[in-house]
Design a protein around this ligand. Structure first.
Ligand code: RUQ
Ligand code: CUA
Length: 663
């Protein structure tokens, strides 16, 4: 059934390699830093960095933006996890962003940030990132550095080969890592993997104006693990390349059982062909329940919609959409050279790095130079698609990115180094140790048609002795290398939030040109916005009390509220009236059980408060906003449930005056 691959008994070799795979330390932990390294990373106070680095927080579920070369942390952008700093996922407006078909899921494991592309170049519009565990794709607006949309991906498990943009962000592509049972009967024995488990590769259409995402179609593909992907570009525009492991189709002890074969696969996907089939009506609608959450910048609020079906194309029937290329030993990264001609596949347990030629691949497909089929997918002969192999690259190749001078940089997990090699000759020209156990790496614009180059950033798994110790958990870290010369030079270690799983970097001006400084108050369509102090009010509706509040330097309005009763649900809707850059206000009230607010200029945000006792409760602004920030405070009085204290509110002259004590 699988004539093209020898079943060799490599158990021992695998065990040895796997033992080594836990990471080893280069012999010499102290590197010699050349004298000018400090100067190269020194960004003088008041000066701006040259490059933005967007790194995922890995298991933190967030994204962080850093300046390069300084390594300064600029902002943590909350995505999949609640963030009390700014109320993300706690405020009434943002809670819906974390809705899924599994309920409200306020965390995830985020792996691969991906900058949107125009003509194969980072365009500074959006940053996409995958939620791995509860499969979702998020879109961050880079004008505001806010997460604007989160789309759940059905039929997926471990949304890992994801998200990858096509050349003009026609699609964001999300492949499943785990194959799972799909369709109407998913309650099947795990041992029926080969019969019942399938992979799904989702092509998510991106609206070019607003960025809105929708699943255009899903390809149903053989049941293996789809690990990583990259889009074709230039010569290979219209194609997508996925690395696949577990071609053994094992469902238990994959460490051993998925390392049996000499070769797994790269899957080449002709998505232009898939589009044709969709146009011809060959897609089938499949029932599927998944959430689609959108944050509207006008109402400053998120809404969830529940989608009920997904269009699928079955590659068992539509055979000329996908092809397998054999690829040595558990491939991890599948990366495409700037011209789109070379596909670099890194086998975690392989001794060489195979580089496939897009031209040879398409010739082989045209001539049907196949070596049988795997689960109804044609397998192209290895040699027929191969441009050549990088010999003796190091141990444990994972990921490759490219510079502007024709070189590739591959991360080596086991030998803990970056290896530089020439793309056209595949000869290794330099290697440099990383501290320690590098996973991904990131060249500035390293997946673009014209990479910016200059720096490579190592995203390391272990820091051991590199920083002051902080108990059992040490900081996570990245390392910056200068790649402008022949030799790579280490410049800087810098700590990161969470696990810096993967990162993308682009020149600062690409991002800076689109920056938004305020939200226009006149365009605020939040239903509870108070656009000036005259519009502030407090309204009771049964047990619900809504407070239309404003914040401006340096008072909140209203700042005296009476007539709230125990058992009430109080909603503070706070509008920041400022129209100046960098003047947020905060809001907190004693006993608030969820979070504080941090409200940007022109924005309205809401906190729900259910006072648990009677008394007078102070509230105040939490963001130091002016010399009189400390005066930006007020009181809410809470009376017993049966009290007759009337609802009254105001500020200054309008503050409740008939303060005769009521019982
Ligand atoms: S994978 S360390 Cu989750 Cu991006 Cu290669
Ligand atoms: Cu507003 Cu402090």
């Amino acid at each position: 059934m699988k004539p093209f691959i020898k079943h060799s008994k490599l158990m021992l070799a695998v065990a040895v390699a796997a033992a080594a795979f836990t990471g080893c330390k280069p012999k010499k932990a102290e590197t010699v830093i050349s004298g000018d390294a400090a100067q190269k990373v020194y960004v003088a106070p008041g000066k701006l960095d040259e490059v933005y680095l967007f790194a995922s927080g890995g298991f933190s579920g967030q994204v962080a933006a850093y300046g390069i070369p300084s390594g300064r942390l600029l902002k943590v952008i909350p995505v999949f996890s609640q963030n009390p700093e700014n109320g993300w996922g706690y405020t009434e407006e943002t809670k819906a962003m974390l809705n899924t078909s599994h309920g409200f899921i306020p965390w995830d494991d985020a792996h691969h940030p991906q900058l949107s592309k125009t003509d194969g170049m980072d365009d500074g519009r959006w940053l996409f990132i995958n939620g791995n565990n509860t499969p979702r794709i998020a879109r961050i607006n880079l004008a505001t550095f806010k997460t604007e949309e989160i789309l759940e991906v059905p039929n997926s498990g471990g949304n890992h080969s994801s998200p990858y943009c096509t050349e003009n962000t026609e699609y964001v592509v999300a492949g499943t890592r785990f194959s799972v049972p799909i369709g109407n009967n998913t309650d099947v024995p795990i041992t029926s993997y080969k019969e019942n488990f399938r992979g799904a590769l989702s092509f998510i259409n991106v609206d070019q104006k607003e960025g809105n995402m929708n699943i255009a179609f899903q390809l149903l593909v053989p049941g293996v693990d789809y690990d990583l992907a990259r889009s074709g570009k230039g010569a290979s525009h219209g194609w997508m390349f996925f690395s696949c492991y577990n071609s053994e189709q094992a469902h238990t002890l994959l460490e051993v059982n998925a390392s049996q074969r000499d070769k797994d696969f790269i899957m080449a996907v002709n998505w232009k062909k898939a589009e044709e089939y969709v146009k011809q009506g060959k897609g089938k609608k499949m029932p599927a329940t998944y959430y689609h959450n959108k944050y509207d910048e006008k109402t400053h609020s998120a809404k969830s919609t529940v989608e009920k079906e997904v269009l699928t194309l079955d590659t068992r029937e539509l055979k000329d959409i996908v092809y397998f290329i054999p690829c040595p030993k558990s491939p991890h990264g599948a990366d495409v050279s700037p011209d789109g001609e070379n596909i670099v596949a890194s086998g975690k347990l392989a001794a060489v790095i195979p580089v496939f030629s897009f031209k040879k691949l398409t010739d082989a497909i045209a001539k049907k130079t196949f070596d049988g089929e795997f689960d109804n997918v044609s397998v192209v002969k290895y040699e027929a698609a191969l441009a050549g192999e990088v010999q003796k690259p190091g141990l444990g190749p994972l990921h490759t990115e490219f510079d502007d001078k024709g070189y590739a940089y591959t991360s080596m997990f086991v030998s803990s180094e970056i290896v530089k090699w020439k793309v056209d000759t595949r000869e290794v020209v330099d290697r440099v140790p990383t501290y320690y156990s590098i996973g991904h790496l990131c060249v500035v614009g390293g997946d673009n048609k014209k990479p910016y180059g200059k720096y490579v950033i190592a995203l390391n798994k272990i820091t051991k002795d590199r920083y002051l110790p902080t108990g059992p958990e040490l900081t996570q870290s990245a390392q910056l290398f200068d790649i402008s010369g022949e030799k790579m030079n280490l410049l800087l270690d810098f700590p990161t939030i969470g696990e810096p799983h993967y990162a993308q970097a682009c020149p600062a001006d690409v991002i800076m040109k689109n920056q938004k400084k305020i939200f226009e108050l006149s365009k605020n369509e939040h239903p509870y916005a108070a656009k000036n102090e005259q519009e502030t009010k407090v309204v009771r509706n049964g047990k619900r009390v809504d407070v239309w509040m404003t914040a401006i330097r340096s008072h909140l309005a209203p700042d005296n509220i009476e007539g709230i009763k125990q058992g009430d649900e109080v909603y503070f809707h706070v509008t920041n009236l400022e129209q100046d850059w960098d003047v947020p206000h905060g809001f907190a009230i004693k006993g608030a059980e969820n979070t504080e607010l941090l409200i940007m200029p022109g924005e309205t945000q809401t906190i729900k408060w259910t006072p648990k006792s009677t008394g007078v409760f102070p509230f105040y602004c939490t963001d130091f906003c002016s010399a009189l920030h400390q005066e930006m405070q007020g009181y809410a009085r809470v009376s017993p449930a049966n009290s007759t204290v009337a609802l009254k509110y105001g500020v200054g002259d309008t503050a409740p005056k008939d303060q005769v004590a009521q019982k």
